[in-house]
Write a protein that binds this ligand. Structure first.
Ligand code: 4AD
Ligand code: MG
Length: 458
């Protein structure tokens, strides 16, 4: 179907002005007067609608009734003419009805609540809010790839189905082809009969395979879906989310923190430069001061504090937290948000957590209590990045795994990387939907992804 994207009409309108144009799209709204009808048409290529002007008599009256319908899909011919409101509009000569739209179309009103729109995920991409979300998501993805590409990282594709639980939190979804009534007497028998002849699940993180790749390719990153059967029913947790995981050989914790900060600033700047209309929309409708916040973030330094000092700050804050703070406790969202929102008032790296609350693969510090790990916390959300230098010493790594009762034989290949030419290396995982929330101001993770997957909701 030969036609012009509405975005191109607006961006290069002098080239099309007073010429015949063809556009396609869906009717967002329409209004009628004695002599003309107006339609706001949107094709998803930009937030703005193009206005169609239909003079009475141009189209058959009966046909016009099927066209002046919210949600109807049209192919439109006409002349692009200047207009005061939007720069240009189309004086219609002919319309083809591509798809009619009956009265029960749920998006009749101009504004719907996000809760309501969550009940119709298949239709919400036709709203301005979700057009803006997906435009930012697209630019953010592009910025992530371009950052790593220009810095010499290789994009690797780590497996989705895996036998190893990277985070060791027991949150893996199982993958099986066995019938529910397989009738095995033991777990071993059940898994032996299964598709892979072993227990398999959906990956919670591409890190372990990413490390394998980095210990040969030098600098790599992954960008793929990860899955966690977490029962946390919060606005920041999804069972299926996308993660960006760079892994860098010959880098210590200080190096990876510098990379993470540079990376976050780069991708935010890209969105500021390339999504001005979308950010203006979110700035007005979702988070007042959003653009100022993002501009501020890319121009200043992120904060940095050790876990041990952070615990002192929290204890002295005079705040009544739901979960009391003691050295050794995992920081809760309320603690994270106090640190980043009230104490630092900017993104902050909390470093050197107690080993006991973190994963097995993190480098053990000389104090024998903490690990060379950091979480990046941001205002409004809390943790968006989990990061660490990896334990490169084979014996120390094995000891950490044994302490956690991990089956070493299942990780034999991973351990080989420490046996054969082990090097210091570090990496992090950025939750893609979390950075989406931060950049758009959107409050619920369910509104940053096409089909949110959360506990109890498929
Ligand atoms: O902190 P996490 O668990 O770290 C890892 O998985 C490491 N293997 C990463 C690495 O070093 N390569 O998860 C990383 C990030 C979190 O900071 C958070 O942004 C996001 O993934 N995340 C989630 N996002 C949405 N829903 C969930 N259920 C999430 N769990 C983690
Ligand atoms: Mg984490």
């Amino acid at each position: 179907m030969k036609h012009t994207d509405i975005k191109d009409l607006f961006s290069a309108h002098s080239q099309h002005l007073n010429k015949s144009v063809t556009v396609c799209g869906w009717v967002r709204t329409w209004r009628d007067s004695k002599s003309v009808s107006f339609i706001e048409l949107n094709d998803g290529t930009c937030l703005k609608n193009i206005q169609l002007v239909i003079e009475k008599g141009t189209l058959d009256d009966q046909f016009l009734k099927n066209v002046l319908v919210v949600g109807a899909a049209l192919l439109v011919n006409g002349t692009l003419i200047p207009s005061e409101r939007n720069g240009c509009e189309i004086c219609v000569t002919a319309i083809e009805l591509l798809g009619g739209c009956p009265q029960d179309y749920p998006l009749q009103k101009k504004h719907h609540t996000l809760e309501f729109l969550r009940t119709i995920p298949h239709l919400r991409p036709r709203t301005k809010f979700f057009e803006a979300v997906f435009a930012v998501r697209n630019e953010l993805s592009y910025a992530i790839h371009s950052y790593f590409h220009k810095n010499g990282y290789k994009y690797v594709h780590t497996p989705i189905i895996t036998g190893s639980d990277c985070e060791g939190a027991g949150e893996m979804f199982r993958v099986t082809t066995q019938p529910w009534n397989a009738g095995a007497k033991t777990d071993a028998e059940y898994f032996a009969n299964d598709f892979f002849g072993a227990k398999a699940g959906l990956t919670v993180s591409g890190q372990l395979e990413g490390e394998v790749a980095a210990m040969g390719l030098g600098k790599i990153y992954t960008f793929g879906p990860t899955f966690r059967a977490e029962h946390s029913n919060t606005t920041r947790h999804a069972a299926e989310f996308w993660q960006i995981e760079p892994e860098v050989s010959f880098a210590d914790l200080g190096d990876i923190i510098e990379i993470a900060e540079d990376f976050i600033k780069h991708i935010i700047k890209h969105v500021l430069d390339n999504c001005p209309e979308e950010l203006a929309y979110f700035n007005e409708r979702v988070e007042k001061g959003l653009i100022e916040k993002l501009t501020h973030v890319i121009s200043g330094d992120f904060g940095k504090i050790t876990y041990t000092d952070a615990v002192e700050v929290l204890k002295k804050s005079g705040k009544e937290f739901k979960y009391p703070v003691e050295w050794g406790c995992d920081l809760q969202t309320e603690h994270e948000r106090y640190l980043t929102e009230e104490y630092f008032k900017k993104p902050v790296f909390v470093t050197d957590y107690p080993a006991d609350i973190k994963s097995f693969y993190m480098k053990q510090n000389a104090d024998n209590k903490t690990v060379a790990a950091t979480d990046l916390l941001v205002p409004g959300i809390g943790e968006i990045i989990g990061c660490s230098e990896r334990e490169a010493d084979l014996e120390k790594l094995k000891a950490a795994m044994k302490k956690r009762n991990m089956p070493l034989e299942s990780y034999a290949e991973y351990l080989d990387t420490r046996k054969y030419g082990s090097v210091p290396h570090s990496g992090f995982g950025l939750g893609f939907e979390r950075i989406m929330m931060y950049v758009t101001g959107v409050q619920n993770i369910r509104d940053t992804i096409l089909y949110p997957r959360t506990v109890g909701s498929l």
